[in-house]
Design a binder for this molecule. Structure first.
Ligand SMILES: NC(=O)c1ccc[n+]([C@@H]2O[C@H](COP(=O)([O-])OP(=O)(O)OC[C@H]3O[C@@H](n4cnc5c(N)ncnc54)[C@H](O)[C@@H]3O)[C@@H](O)[C@H]2O)c1
Ligand SMILES: [Zn+2]
Length: 369
């Protein structure tokens, strides 16, 4: 097991451990006991994760004298609404939860965001821990304290920063993930490597598609390294005033692509395509060499992720969502680009130039067809 620490430099008391390993759910009760005494425990999960992970975990905690109230939410992004949070808070109140109660968010990023947000606002804030069960949640959403829900007009528009007291990622739970969910998670692992960690990039490059086998012995080290990248970036900039923006590598265009595709594309696929375009922009504007760009694109492909905007979407259509999102201001879009593999820079790209590059992507595609 690897024990990392997410240090919050502004407030060392709120720093917390991030545990990554196999079979470590078995020690959750002792980790909870290390955190202190709590009046009651809520195990928040979704209907899919409930039989797979949450119920066995509830039994195991019970046999170690920790009785939890299990609340299962409907699965998927459509549950990430304020109504779900209100309903959850009402259930907590009905069960007598108070300020010394502890919530356990056991599930993917959706459960983590909802339970974390409920913990942020219930009685002005109660402690919670993250037990992420998807690869995406283990390397990304469980870390850093961003919580929240969607509004009908956009994703993650309501939210709060509320740091968990612990993150415990057990790799054994990943075995039941679909191949698509695994690949989606790897989009974020590749992002971590590209922005901060050239060693991680080399390991990913060497292993390639073998990594999609969740029993790969290198996976623990890889997930820990990806978590470490996120911990370091959050440490530098907890509230995303500047440096944390590097975590948006591939996401500026990725989010625009999700919107342009009416969310009929997975987040990982959109981010992969967004990274692929950002890699090409990096060659042009940030000095990324042709060789490094080719290696980065090759890795995305090896993990079964797209390196181009889907055929049915006109690349130019991405500019609309960027404008709507206020990502383009005064004719400039600030992009996270790569100066080299493992070193991200923020670079202003004039929108005219972007339009030109996106037209070239379309022309090249039309030419190849
Ligand atoms: N807070 C942050 O910093 C942050 C960062 C990135 C993403 N997010 C959010 O995370 C969400 C996406 O997370 P996600 O991809 O984990 O989605 P998710 O939570 O919807 O999980 C995907 C699906 O996998 C199922 N599942 C979960 N664990 C499983 C397991 N072990 N085996 C089988 N099935 C399992 C879930 O029930 C769900 O149906 C989005 O809402 C996104 O906005 C938040
Ligand atoms: Zn993402």
């Amino acid at each position: 097991m690897k024990r990392l620490r997410l240090e919050l430099k502004k407030d060392i008391d709120r720093s917390y451990d991030v545990l990554v390993g196999r079979g470590i759910l078995a020690s959750l009760h002792s980790e909870i006991q290390r955190l202190g005494r709590f009046s009651s425990f809520g195990l928040i999960t979704d209907e899919v994760v409930k039989p797979l992970v949450a119920e066995p975990l509830q039994n195991q905690l019970r046999s170690n004298s920790i009785d939890t109230t299990l609340i299962a939410l409907p699965p998927g992004e459509s549950a990430k609404t304020i109504e779900t949070v209100l309903d959850l808070c009402q259930q907590l109140l009905a069960q007598g939860f108070d300020r010394r109660s502890l919530l356990l968010a056991v599930g993917g990023g959706v459960v983590g965001d909802i339970a974390g947000f409920a913990a942020a606002i219930y009685m002005r804030g109660i402690p919670y821990i993250q037990v992420p069960t998807t690869l995406l949640a283990q390397v990304d959403s469980s870390l850093g304290g961003k919580t929240g829900v969607d509004l009908p007009s956009g994703k993650n528009l309501l939210g709060a920063f509320h740091q968990p007291r612990l993150v415990l990622s057990d790799l054994d739970v990943l075995a039941s993930l679909s191949s698509e969910a695994k690949r989606d998670g790897f989009a974020e692992v590749i992002k971590a490597a590209l922005i901060e960690d050239p060693d991680l990039f080399s390991i990913l490059e060497k292993e390639g598609a073998d990594l999609l086998n969740t029993s790969n012995p290198l996976l623990e080290m890889i997930i820990a390294k990806a978590c470490d990248v996120k911990c370091r970036v959050v440490n530098r900039d907890e509230h995303e005033s500047g440096l944390r923006r590097v975590l948006n590598f591939g996401h500026t265009l990725g989010h625009a692509l999700e919107a342009a595709a009416n969310y009929n594309i997975t987040h990982g696929q959109a981010v992969a395509a967004g990274m692929a375009v950002a890699i090409r922009f990096s060659q042009r504007w940030a000095g990324l060499t042709k060789e490094e760009a080719a290696r980065a694109l090759d890795l995305i492909q090896k993990l079964g992720l797209p390196t181009d905007i889907p055929e049915n979407i006109d690349p130019q259509a991405l500019l609309g969502p960027l404008e709507k999102d206020k990502k383009i201001q005064a004719g400039i879009c600030h992009f996270v680009l790569l100066a080299e593999i493992g070193r991200a820079v923020i670079h202003p790209v004039p929108v005219n130039e972007m339009r030109h590059s996106l037209t070239q992507i379309k022309e090249l595609r039309d030419f190849n067809n």
